[in-house]
Design a binder for this molecule. Structure first.
Ligand SMILES: [Zn+2]
Length: 101
């Protein structure tokens, strides 16, 4: 039995909802303010990033290089510790995570 494809992107299987869209398209539709015509077309290169995130990621890298801990960085940047952990993952993916001296 073939999985029902999303009516919007036709790539992912549709979530079990009346809409017939996959979860990603459903989320996009909600973010777009639930337009009548359905989800807007997906943007290029995955989910959009909040402006300023890259700056904080860079700052996290600098602070890590200075030997600051996750919670200290979180306090300095004014974000939750989980967000700093996410920044660290981003840095690690790019091979930019400073190695503790
Ligand atoms: Zn979809």
């Amino acid at each position: 039995m073939a999985a029902r494809k999303c009516r919007s992107c036709r790539k992912r299987p549709a979530a079990r909802k009346a809409s017939g869209w996959c979860r990603a398209c459903g989320d996009r539709w909600k973010r777009a303010g639930k337009p009548k015509e359905g989800p807007p077309p997906p943007g290029k290169g995955g989910r959009p990033r909040e402006a300023g995130t890259e700056k904080r990621v860079q700052r996290t890298r600098d602070l890590l290089a200075e030997g600051k801990g996750t919670m200290e960085i979180a306090r300095l940047l004014g974000v939750p510790g989980s967000t700093v952990t996410y920044y660290k993952h981003r840095l690690a993916e790019r091979g930019e995570l400073p190695v503790a001296a």
